[in-house]
Design a protein around this ligand. Structure first.
Ligand SMILES: [Zn+2]
Length: 320
């Protein structure tokens, strides 16, 4: 053990301590910067909802869309009461209630959740407290009944309170008559999550797609709870097959759309999946794939909302 004297040992120890302090300092700085860069979309969307006004857009027949609190909210207003699809974020309860009352004084009788995500279900308690029965695909109840971690949002949700959970469940389909309208609810399997459903108002020819469709913006794909890019493409295809040029299509996020916009969304998913898949098959790491900008051709149109090009690339890469 030549050179291993006490002096050498002390010098080495001092050097090691300095190194540990330096590394510790760098790690803490990195995590502060990292926090700034990776603020959870949940926090951003809640903050946006808290400050937002609710706007109401009339569709066709007695259907309207309320926007401004998380996902789009669709409302059928008839003398028997209201039939509502998705509930927005709880912080908007008073504003959503005011918007509902402006449509009519009749109460909400039924609320359907298009999937489990909080920006569509956090308002469940608000609407249930007004007397509504909550309907959803059976997996939505499972997700809302336990603490659920969404890795890509860096966020863990507590279980929803009992009264905010759906009490009427179905697995593949359910049809309900309400105020002269026929409402058809279908699950076509997992896509954006493993809880997604399509809600079709037959007489009005209005289809509500929840987060199967984000009109003009990159979608979130929840790899943590059963979603995948392939599932998202499959559900977009199912939706395209079920609409005509006359169908009004309500996306989960973005403006009310039509078949051509839904087709463009599907084609964007297919195009980016192809680009990311090719790079991943070459053995490239996630960082290398992001650096190669596989979404570049689409970013100007689709990249301006909560899900930016880098995050969307990551979501696709991780699910392939
Ligand atoms: Zn969602």
């Amino acid at each position: 053990m030549r050179g291993c004297s006490t002096g050498h040992f002390l010098n080495a120890l001092v050097t090691a301590v300095r190194l540990v302090l330096l590394v510790g300092c760098l790690i803490s700085l990195t995590s502060i910067w990292g926090l700034g860069q990776t603020e959870s979309p949940v926090t951003k969307i809640n903050a946006a909802a808290a400050g937002a006004e609710i706007t109401t857009e009339r569709l066709r027949g007695n259907l309207s869309v309320l926007m401004g609190s998380g996902g789009n909210i669709t409302v059928l207003t008839v003398p028997e009461g209201k039939f509502m699809v998705d509930a927005g974020i709880g912080v908007s309860c008073a504003k959503i209630t005011a918007a509902l009352n402006a449509l009519s004084r009749e109460p909400v009788r039924f609320l359907v959740n298009t999937h489990w995500h909080w920006d569509h279900t956090d308002g469940n308690k608000c609407i249930h407290d007004q007397g509504a029965t909550i309907i959803a695909q059976e997996n939505t109840l499972k997700r809302l009944s336990v603490a659920t971690r969404v890795e890509d949002w860096n966020f863990t949700f507590d279980p929803w309170p009992m009264e905010a959970r759906p009490s009427v469940l179905f697995k593949t389909d359910k049809t309900q008559q309400f105020g002269g309208e026929t409402i058809v609810m279908n699950s076509f399997g997992p896509g954006h999550t493993d809880t997604d459903i399509v809600v079709y108002f037959k007489k009005a020819d209005v289809m509500v797609l929840g987060d199967i469709f984000w009109n003009g913006v990159y979608p979130f794909i929840d790899n943590s709870t059963g979603g995948s890019i392939d599932g998202a493409i499959r559900l977009a295809n199912e939706a395209v097959e079920r609409v005509t040029d006359k169908t009004i299509i309500v996306p989960g996020h973005g403006p009310v759309g039509n078949r051509a916009e839904l087709v463009e969304f599907r084609d964007m998913l297919v195009g980016i999946r192809k680009n990311v898949s090719r790079l991943k098959k070459q053995g490239k790491s996630l960082d290398d794939v992001i650096a190669a900008r596989p979404t570049a051709a689409y970013d100007a149109k689709w990249g301006g909302f909560v899900i930016g090009p880098d995050l969307f690339t990551r979501l696709v890469y991780q699910s392939l």
